[in-house]
Design a protein around this ligand. Structure first.
Ligand code: SIN
Ligand code: MN
Length: 203
């Protein structure tokens, strides 16, 4: 097995199939209340291939006019985000080592053809608390690099039920999703991948 870079923690199969189903049911409830929307890049307005929504006090959003930011309401419905489900709050408590609860949970939905370019998570006022993510559905090829663009990177596979943390020296590593491996999970009837990312936003 490849050794992961410092500050990248990967917990394969942290959620068993029953727990994955339970989480998925929570996510379905969230999406019913706060529908997936099409995020767009700042300035260019180019649409991202990933569909997004959030739960928690704050949600990460992006559009052409106002760019990357956190806000307390859904950009389409104008309503507050639904609360973060209890199993995700427990997960954060168990693994983050951070004394306060997460404020944001970004829900990313990847169709088979979707991907996410290399980027850093740095829209938070708090760049010290870890970023914790859960993968559900089809596997992906996840890429992680250093803290400056253009440096060496490595990739590994994230499967349904896996948990991953970027913490300490890993918090600001560049990362992205190269591709989704179609047909690798039966969790989502129509295939695709869901990623849940928990973050502390304020200090
Ligand atoms: C993200 O960086 O927002 C998502 C990462 C992932 O889908 O695993
Ligand atoms: Mn990210």
């Amino acid at each position: 097995m490849k050794e992961l870079p410092e500050g990248v923690r990967h917990l394969p199969g942290h959620f068993d199939p029953a727990a994955q189903e339970a989480l998925l049911a929570e996510i379905r409830g969230i999406v019913a209340e706060a529908p997936l929307y099409v995020p767009a890049m700042p300035r260019t307005g180019k649409e991202m291939s990933v569909r997004m929504t959030n739960c928690g006090a704050l949600g990460w959003v992006t559009d052409k006019e106002r760019g990357y930011r956190y806000q307390d309401t859904h950009p389409v419905t104008g309503r507050p985000w639904p609360p973060i489900p209890a199993p995700l709050l427990s997960l954060w408590e168990e693994l983050s080592g951070w004394p306060q609860p997460p404020e944001a949970c970004l829900v990313n939905f990847y169709e088979i053809s979707a991907r996410m370019g290399l980027h850093q998570d740095r829209d938070e006022a708090n760049l010290v608390a870890p970023v914790l993510s859960v993968s559900l559905g089809d596997a992906c090829l996840f890429r992680v690099g250093g803290t400056s663009r253009g440096g060496p990177t490595m990739s590994f596979r994230l499967e349904s039920g896996d948990v991953m943390l970027l913490e300490g020296p890993g918090r600001l590593r560049f990362h992205g999703v190269d591709r989704i491996h179609a047909g690798t999970s039966g969790l989502l009837k129509n295939g695709g991948r869901i990623n849940l990312t928990l973050r502390r936003v304020t200090v």
